[in-house]
Design a binder for this molecule. Sequence first.
Ligand code: PRP
Length: 178
Amino acid sequence: MKDNIEQVLLDKETIQKRVQELGQDIDLYFEGKEIIIITLLDGAIIFTADLIRNMNIPLRLDCLRVSSYGNSTNPETAPRILSSLKTEVTGKHVLIVDDILDTGNTLQSVTQEVLSENPASVHTCVFLDKPDRRENGFSANWSGFSIPNEFVVGYGLDYAGKFRQLPYVGTLKPSVYK
Ligand code: PRP
């Protein structure tokens, strides 16, 4: 795995420190409330697992699978939610967690879908944000790191399904994808 990495952009210690801060910030924001965390499969599972272990408020965890051809504003290929929630979100505080905010189409779709169930509130938290790629002005309430428009893997992010298990975030050597 390591042999395929060109450059480490965010090392394990930097990530763990920031995820701890995010957990504390979110805890403070929702103090006295109970929340439902919706994590978007597959990429967000690593970040979500670390994030919730840095949180103290009562929470329940649910997962959603969203179509992977989601990076499009075309209505025919726009992100589609492929699974349903097991938790009733009406009247509840919801936090949607994803690994990366890219065009913004995925989180915008999921947020709209959750809002249609009349929750008490909907907030979003992403591990990485690529603001240069945004197509719709969507912004997350909490973001771990803002990064340039470079293809990165690790800490949940994949290339062809691999590299999600790396505890750091890095770029791939061109030989991997050429
Ligand atoms: C990735 C990522 C986000 C989405 C962000 O999902 O996990 O959910 O793309 O892109 P957007 O802001 O342009 O919509 P992907 O479909 O690659 O699935 P994965 O989580 O299984 O890797």
